[in-house]
Design a protein. Sequence first.
Length: 295
Amino acid sequence: MTQTIWIYVSLVALGGALLLYGLLKMIGGYKKRKLQRLEEIETLNPVKTVSPPGDSPEASLERAADNISGRFSIIRKGTITFSILIIILIGVLPFSTKLPITSISLLISAFGIVLGIAARPVIENFISGILLSFSSAIRLGDTVVIDGYYGTVEDISMLHTTVKTWDWKRYIVANSDMLKREVINFSVHDTYIWAHVEFFISPEADLSSVRYTAMRIAEQYNASQVKEKPRFWVMEMGEKAIKCWIAAWATSPANAWSVQHNIRTDLMVALQEMGIATHLHQHQLQSDYPFDTKG
């Protein structure tokens, strides 16, 4: 009987060690991929800008790398601790008949209830932080729009996620809430994105001249790496206005911000010089990102 128990304990220990090794290797692989992707990012700023003193792009990326290393270090230590506890629990199962099961069950139940009530928000956010760490839907450095705030994911800690908005504010969301939010992510798959500007003109305006002017302006800012030319669309034909879109390719969300700004400015000046009236109640040019809704 003693020999059987020792064989059982040995097999549990060996199996647990192999499982733990596999988990740690997987965690290390995720960490390596996160750090490699971070090296490809030039800056964490959602808009191309000159960083204030003491907050250079290099410093931001260095902090981000430290955050990733720290986060995965916590996950690694937690995985080791939890795995060892599970292995020990499985290993002592043959001896459970000799232990006061009723007392142990009551103690574990009471501890679980107290822990669940007192630390539920922390535990939820902690687990959500682990899920976000392994998720590819929202990654550190991604350019996003969340709750109307446009910015980049600056940090994903074990308890909360920080988004640096376009005006350098920080929008902080608890990780448990972050998993429930609907997020527009501009960085998930495509490197290049359409930067489109929406504007309104009078129905009496010369549409051919407007199209030619809009295309000529957009071509100045279209990404040189993309062979496709800018596109012009008439989106709606109303009684009081014609809604138009002009779109150019941008190399990144931050670059799209600049492209849209330049197109809006040049297009407004050109329309004014041509004497083409914009819609009375829609005289401002609009964009596809709600940059100005909050912040």
